[in-house]
Write a protein that binds this ligand. Sequence first.
Ligand code: NAP
Length: 499
Amino acid sequence: MDDFLSQPGPRKAVPQKPLQIAILGTGMGGLCMAAQLRRAGIDSFVMIEKEAEIGGTWRDNIYPGSGCDVPSHLYSFSFEPKTDWSRKFALQPEILDYMKHVTRKYGLRPFIRFNTEVEEARFDETAGLWRLRTKAGEEITANVVVSGTGQLNRPFYPNFPGIETFAGKAFHSARWDNSVDLSGKNVAVIGNGASAIQFVPEIAPKAKTLTIFQRSANWIVPKSDRPYTPSEQKWFARFPWLVKLHRLQIYLMLELNYLAFIKGSFFGKLFEKAAVNTMEEHVKDAELRRKLTPDYPAGCKRILLSNDWFPTMARKNVAVETSHIAKITPDGIVTEDGVSHPADVIIYSTGFEATHLLAPMKIVGRGNLDLNTVWAHGAEAHRGVAVAGFPNFFMLYGPNTNLGHNSIIFMIECQVNYIMQCLNALRSPKVRTIDVKKAAEDEFNRDLQADMQKTVWAAGCSSWYKTAEGKVTNNWSSFTMKYWWQMRYPDFAEYNLGG
Ligand code: NAP
């Protein structure tokens, strides 16, 4: 091992041999990685994007009211603050504009290959290279692959009997069809999660009737949203430290929210109380309140923020149906109680295929090891970024790095910082591959899953945070500060460094 690698603690870059890096995806993760490479003066990378534009989830989720439930001053990169966010919780167009600004400012467009979908990534042990095969049959080689494909990019459609027979219009909320006019229509919305609570209040006033097919109720608390005043924006622009301070204040407030995710915690009860109070204020019908009250602890599924969900539920043209869906017919939906619900339009707001991370890509590491096989019982990784047997392969927003309480951008920045240091190791002439040791990965995951047991995610409710067998594969188990501490720099003793 050379001096660089044997030094304890953070290491300074040793600019040596060049590396070709392939970044998959141009969402928040991919853009962060690419911008940091550019900031470090590294230009030997390509970004591969299956669509024709950047933005990931913020390009795809264009439904009415789409926005982020994390305050924008924290849902943006620490190295690229924006002083003129229009409001505390920005909507999708402003977030996408911010991402386009980052792309422009760091000159990323020339590095992006749009309309290019990677079907397979295979590690060539002899050459010490990743060979990426695209859908068009082209091969792209790289020393290092950084996947930024996210956890929420493939819409999930339930397999209801008769789904294909529906004669009206049907689409998924993550593939919103703007050509469908909802005015005066009977609209059926399947699902009531984070996306539905944003678009239902927007479309309900237009629809003739709107029926929400709810499988489980959600904990929904008020959103402390408001526009920033022009003078606040002016102060932020004049004194950049004020933006930092504001960001820190938001971070610390959200970090505290983690306490609500500990089983049986007092903070969790506070969220429940806030949700019940809001519901009682807006929903006068006791039967409707019963339907809208969850039967599991707050936080087990994502706690949702909204000021207009409960008023919308109380509208005369809105109904909540809790009998499960039995089948779809040409005219609408039939529930298990035998009732037919006529519909002109069905909107599937049924979430994403979140636990099958990286699918449908085939990732093949050393000795023909297929990542799908390794993850057959649920995805896991070392510190969310690396998997044993898959050298020089890193993930952003990988297994167990999703949050219920704070900004995912913070987690992504921790990961990019860590990966940048691994890249420095790979630039040493003596190191060609970096591959996490299985024992280190297993120990990390044993600790993480033990930690997870104290959280509400491990409680009885089902959510996209966990597999059908009940393993929590998506969420980080603790405060983000703990993650930041672990990700300050890699411990190369946890890795096999190959020459
Ligand atoms: P989601 O929260 O997973 O909600 C999916 C909904 O579909 C749930 O209500 C679920 O019911 C229902 N569902 C799934 N399968 C069903 C079936 N077979 N029959 C009936 N109902 C079914 O999905 P989402 O609303 O798209 O949000 C996903 C994630 O995206 C969020 O958790 C969040 O991380 C992210 N997101 C974030 C924001 C933001 O503001 N930051 C906004 C939107 C989305 P059950 O609850 O019973 O499973």
